[in-house]
Design a protein around this ligand. Structure first.
Ligand code: UD1
Length: 419
């Protein structure tokens, strides 16, 4: 199993190119099931989760060609509607094939998902929303069996909580339903807007982009097109955090400052100088120790849960103390015991944590537990005294493209070791 060996203490300096967003690429790949002519995605990141979703749609019979960051798919060869446990269990986003399969082929059997171990993460909202469009759904022996007589019918969907995946699944179904679907309490994450933009380019009719009420007027068919995946705001924030925790200066390019305003505000509050251009962001920590910053995770445009672990790591060496509330997922503090092994001072009470900054962290063997938590350990290691060995980095490979090459280009002392 691969591990990272990181020697801390280098102030990161330089430029890093941000990849396409994992969380946008996955629903966009699921959308490739919908059109009746070939479709091309560009800026697709080379990640394990992307490979899993491509395997999943190939298993449905879709013809997929992948060259570099370009994926071309032709769904006219689709010949089954079965998403097996072996593929779905590794990645929760696999459930996103349910909506488009049902909308285009009238039936689907999709295994219940797995993915990161951050809370129970049910899919009840996805299923309830599809039922509101006329789907008949049964859950049996770990599989969702869904079918509909004829086409799905437009309806009223009201989510009980803001769900990113739920909003995507229902959009992917409603675009081919008969009549109008209104989605209330919809998620407003940039990855949702990216999906909407792709669907519109394919011929879908959707109003309300960037708001929590989406109105979809179903069409009979969709056509192929070419579309570039939006930049990864979480990868962007993660590399800026690497500059902050090491007291360095990093410019992220091929990104979009409008996607992560709430995170950039926190970096400024830390005392960093943040400069923005049309498609770049630079963070200069000016060689200083950051001030610890408090925040609460909430749906977009508020502070994203996917940046919680990384900013907690920066707080661990911050000046003063900060409180962090995690309101999106239960059990998303699994990085805390690992950061504590490196000398961080963090007290957890339920979904709240108090971080009291220490001057230095010290290297220790640690274990990655989920995707973003893993990056928080990389950050801590970059700032720590000595050599840190991070185990189970397969979690990081699910979501960070070329992580060691990117960090090395900024001067980090990181290498992948196999054992
Ligand atoms: C997506 C992101 C993930 C991010 C999360 C929140 C992808 C591939 N993943 O995950 O990185 O952390 O949004 O921004 O885009 N819930 C239910 N029932 C449901 C659906 C959700 O109870 O049917 C709950 C979840 O357990 C969680 C909350 O709603 O507590 C939000 O989940 P959701 O927004 O659906 O997250 P994902 O789409 O899985």
């Amino acid at each position: 199993m691969d591990k990272f060996l990181i020697t801390g203490g280098v102030k990161l300096q330089g430029e890093v190119r941000i990849s396409g967003a994992k969380n946008a690429a996955l629903p966009l790949l699921a959308a490739m099931i919908l059109p009746d002519s070939p479709i091309t995605l560009t800026n697709v990141p080379d990640l394990k989760d992307v490979g899993t979703l491509i395997k999943l749609i190939e298993g449905l019979g879709v013809t997929v060609e992948r060259q570099g960051d370009r994926v071309v798919a032709d769904a006219s060869t689709l010949n089954n509607q079965f998403a097996p446990y072996e593929l779905v269990k590794t990645m929760r986003a696999s459930i996103l094939v349910l909506g488009p399969l049902l909308a285009r082929y009238g039936q689907a059997q999709v295994s219940l998902p797995g993915g990161c171990a951050i809370g129970s993460r049910p899919v009840d909202q996805h299923l309830k929303a599809l039922e509101a469009l006329g789907a008949e759904i049964e859950v049996e022996a770990g599989y969702v069996h869904a079918k509909v007589d004829g086409r799905l019918k437009g309806g009223e969907v009201v989510f009980d909580m803001v769900t990113v995946g739920g909003t995507e699944n229902i959009l992917l179904a409603a675009v081919l339903a008969e009549g109008v679907t209104t989605i209330r309490n919809a998620a407003r994450e940039p990855e949702i807007s990216d999906l909407i933009n792709l669907l519109i380019k394919m011929g879908a009719k959707i109003e309300g982009i960037d708001t929590d009420t989406l109105v979809v007027t179903g069409v009979e068919s969709l056509h192929g097109c070419e579309y570039a995946v939006v930049a990864d705001r979480i990868e962007t924030g993660s590399y800026l955090a690497a500059a902050a925790i090491t007291g360095g200066r990093v410019k992220t390019t091929h990104t979009d400052p409008n996607l992560l305003e709430s995170v950039l505000e926190k970096f400024e509050e830390m005392g960093a100088e943040v400069t923005r251009g049309d498609d770049w962001i630079e963070l200069d920590m000016l060689g200083k120790r950051p001030k610890a910053v408090s925040f609460r995770t909430l749906p977009h445009p508020e502070f994203p849960t996917d940046m919680q672990a990384q900013i907690m790591a920066v707080n661990a060496i911050g000046r003063g103390f900060a409180t962090i509330s995690e309101t999106i997922f239960e059990n998303r503090f699994m990085h805390v015991p690992e950061l504590s092994r490196m000398g961080a001072n963090i007290q957890v009470d339920g979904n709240d944590a108090v971080v009291t900054g220490v001057e230095t962290l010290s290297a220790a063997p640690v274990m990655a537990t989920d995707l973003r938590a893993s990056f928080s350990l990389v950050l801590a290691a970059l700032a720590a005294d000595g050599e840190t060995l991070i185990d189970r980095i397969y979690h990081i490979d699910r979501g960070y493209e070329n992580i060691e090459a990117k960090l090395q280009s900024l001067g980090a002392n990181i290498k992948r070791v196999s054992s």
